[in-house]
Design a protein. Structure first.
Length: 249
């Protein structure tokens, strides 16, 4: 069995409190992506949730990051935040034609975050999954759904995700249900419990548990995308770097 790859990263790279705590003092904002992408192995881009990006932006991100780097993209809210998900198809076409193909092999999973009040309806979610493109150019796309309503704990949801080879985001946040069911060949986690009192965001014991959890997935042949998001966000890069170091050890 082929060993899976573990990608560990943060959400975005522009965050003023990281200046002087993660970014060395005097680092220009224009150089922050280059710095961040050489200290973590993946970044989840949130800006794609709010507006369409341009081919030039995707090309610049591609060029500023190292060769062995991955960007996950958060799907547009104009696609996900609607009651009738079957009406999202025209917006999907615009989203995927906006230039993300410029990322080439650095394009990672696409995260689709549903609204907290969206209830699970099998036909509605199935229509959404069926509308998702399976490829972009010659690349197979990986899709992830972040659901934030307890109704999605229905067994039919996991079966639907398996059928469409999509992952359920594992979100560690007291405000949303935690799904640990694996439905495809990769795992996507958003960890939101960084503690500002911990220099590395999480205690050594917690980081050891996280490393084991995703190490076990990798041994089972699953690629893993592990993002430290929110919580005490100022500690997120340090948590990501500490996990990378622990996994390497």
């Amino acid at each position: 069995m082929t060993q899976g790859t573990i990608r560990t990263g943060i959400g975005g790279w522009v965050f003023p409190p990281w200046r002087g705590t993660f970014y060395p003092k005097g680092t220009k904002q224009a150089d922050e992506l280059a710095y961040a992408s050489r200290h973590v192995t993946a970044i989840e881009i949130n800006g794609t949730f709010y507006r369409l990006q341009t081919p030039a932006s995707y090309r610049r991100w591609h060029d500023e990051a190292p060769d062995d780097f991955v960007f996950s993209l958060k799907g547009s809210r104009f696609i996900t935040h609607r009651n009738d998900l079957s009406t999202a198809a025209p917006f999907m076409e615009r989203f995927f034609d906006s230039g993300m193909i410029e990322l080439g092999p650095k394009l990672g999973p696409i995260l689709w975050q549903f609204a907290p009040n969206l209830q699970f309806d099998e036909a509605n979610v199935a229509a959404f999954l069926e509308a998702l493109p399976k490829r972009l150019g010659n690349r197979k796309l990986r899709h992830v759904l972040e659901v934030r309503n307890e109704s999605f704990t229905h067994p039919a949801f996991a079966r639907l995700m398996e059928k469409h080879e999509a992952a359920i985001a594992q979100v560690e946040d007291p405000k949303v249900p935690l799904f640990e069911t694996v439905t495809t060949d990769f795992v996507y986690a958003r960890l939101r419990r960084c503690n500002e009192d911990e220099p590395t965001g999480y205690s050594p014991q917690a980081l050891a548990a996280i490393a084991k959890r995703f190490g076990d997935h990798a041994k089972a042949g699953r690629d893993c995308f592990v993002y430290f998001i929110n919580g005490a966000k100022v500690r997120a890069p340090h948590a990501a770097m500490a996990l990378i170091e622990r996994l390497a050890g």
